[in-house]
Design a protein around this ligand. Sequence first.
Ligand SMILES: Nc1ncnc2c1ncn2[C@@H]1O[C@H](COP(=O)(O)OP(=O)(O)O)[C@@H](O)[C@H]1O
Ligand SMILES: [Mg+2]
Length: 293
Amino acid sequence: MPSERAPVIRARDIEVVYPGHPPVRAVRGVSFDLFKGEVVGLVGESGCGKSTIAKVLTGLVRPAGGAVEYHGQPIRPLGVRRRPLFQTGIQMVFQDPGSSLNPRRPVGPQIRDGLELALRRRRQAGPGDPAQPAGPTANPGDWLERVGLAAGDQTRYPGSFSGGQRQRVATARALAAEPDVLIGDEPISALDASTQAKVAYLMSKLAVSQGAVLLFISHDLSVVRLIADRLLVMWSGRIVESGPTEAVWSNPGHPYTKVLLGAIPAPDGAGRLPAVPAGTAAFDAPPVIHDDP
Ligand SMILES: Nc1ncnc2c1ncn2[C@@H]1O[C@H](COP(=O)(O)OP(=O)(O)O)[C@@H](O)[C@H]1O
Ligand SMILES: [Mg+2]
């Protein structure tokens, strides 16, 4: 991405330590920028720290070190329900739709909650505020149609939809809040193979058309490759390789990325990235950073 543009998210030297005996150093000095309108894939094996990064960006986890800025303002770790209004411009879709949607409410009112967040942010933000939502505000029925469902589905409960449909609803709810950062934490991992790419495409298309950046977290590179402009490859709490998707794909430089690409699962949804234990000396190679074109 052109360096003269201001990033929407700027993360520098993030460290996260979970308490315990011994404490878990889940994230060890991670830095990245996210720019408006791009799709960034964050990939790596289970336990490498991907969800922790998502939680830092949404203020659910307080980093032990480093700084994360959203439009130049520090992200305040306060929990998802008590976030400052400004920070609701960062929205998330989780793997388990039970975390994104309330099973006891029809989906229409839940999408309306998103719309109201956008309206409140609009009122609070002054004109010219870069975090001010810009898009037109729709209604829940419009949003259901945008994600390929019917406007009349508003009265249905999350449990009455298929897994793929629920992730469409969760996407609608998140995007109705007019975020400029959408984070999908393994949003397609629980879906069957025939649905995964469709939901991933939909999320990326809608997020980008709204001018948001999509941070798409996955262990399945075969789908990430289809939608991501840029990849961040994580291993053992660090970003070990980053760059435009095609550059990383065609010329992987870090030993872990090579293992990862060599083990690409068929796009059948069953694949898991290979687990390389932390501390494996050959994998402690310096990070490989591909220049942006
Ligand atoms: N709340 C927690 N308390 C203690 N350790 C945790 C907690 N959450 C995650 N971890 C540990 O932190 C590391 C990174 O976890 P996570 O960010 O969930 O990885 P990923 O999403 O890549 O699978 C793992 O070793 C995991 O076991
Ligand atoms: Mg995770």
